[in-house]
Design a protein around this ligand. Structure first.
Ligand code: SAM
Length: 268
């Protein structure tokens, strides 16, 4: 017979389980779920959030990578529940097949939170909002505004794809085992309209990464080092009324979009 006790946490898989019912309530309230909503949860773990989600929503798909937790949850799953448990890696699971309008609610495994977030944002046309628990430090970078020390590639790319609000901090005491870092819950309302088309987006991503490659250099020099033509960059900055000595960290996401358009207009 299967053990009634949940399997022990595996650190490598980011297994810090929530134990505070108040935090669960706040997360679920923030997702504004109705009985017709479809939800995706990544990493159901021992199921504390999952249970609250399937009581509030019409259907929940929960993807868990750990076969021990998958077996534990399957064993305890109510007979006719609106929950589909999936044993898979959320980095390769075909999220593009989920219904349009799916709401994402998850306490993400921190070792993988940034790549997972970008994978989800890439498919934002089907996900109108996401309520995510992340490391506090990552949340601060997601919401950072230009000219702040935590403003960088993550801020620009995420703010390009979503309106982001840091909603509340969560102390390490609310988890077992306790994580080594503080956490925070963030709400991402994805942008319906893509400011750049699908072909231009990779150019935007590459430009932002190149711009922040050397924070202490001017934007012109950083981009030149990464193979961009200096003249084209200077002309693009000039057309945006920006000085040639501008640094990457003062440009907003919208200004990076404009810069991409102007530089790619020169054939780059
Ligand atoms: N939702 C639970 C909670 O709030 O207590 C568990 C959250 S725990 C921070 C992260 C969960 O993600 C763990 O159950 C872990 O096994 C799972 N996980 C880790 N990597 C994963 C991956 N690549 N795909 C799917 N699940 C993953």
């Amino acid at each position: 017979m299967d053990s009634p006790f949940p399997p022990a946490a595996i650190k490598r898989l980011g297994q810090n389980f929530l134990i505070d019912p108040n935090i669960i309530r706040k997360i679920v309230a923030l997702a504004e779920l109705t009985p017709t909503d479809t939800v995706l949860e990544i990493g159901p773990g021992r199921g504390i959030l999952t249970e609250a989600l399937y009581h509030a929503a019409g259907h929940v798909t929960a993807i868990e990578i750990d076969p021990r937790l998958y077996a534990y949850l399957t064993e305890r799953q109510p007979r006719s529940s609106n929950l589909t448990l999936v044993l898979d890696d959320a980095m390769t699971y075909p999220i593009e097949h989920l219904p349009i309008g799916t709401i994402i609610v998850a306490n993400l495994p921190y070792y993988l939170s940034t790549p997972l977030l970008f994978r989800l944002l890439d498919q934002r046309d089907r996900f109108p909002r996401m309520v995510l628990m992340l490391q506090n430090e990552v949340v601060d970078r997601l919401v950072a505004k230009p000219d702040r020390s935590d403003y960088g590639v993550l801020s620009v790319l995420a703010q390009y794809a979503a309106e982001i609000t840091k909603v509340f901090r969560v102390s390490a005491q609310c988890f077992r085992p306790r994580p080594e870092v503080d956490s925070a819950v963030v709400l991402l309302k994805t942008k319906h309209q893509r400011a750049l088309d699908r072909e231009e987006e990779p150019k935007f991503f590459a430009l932002v990464k190149a711009a922040f490659a050397h924070r202490r250099k001017t934007l012109v020099n950083s981009l030149k080092d990464q193979g961009y033509e200096q003249k084209a960059v200077t002309a693009a900055l000039h057309s945006l009324a920006l000085s040639p000595s501008t640094r990457a960290e003062v440009l907003s996401s919208t200004q990076f979009i404009e810069l991409t358009r102007r530089i790619s207009g020169t054939g780059f």
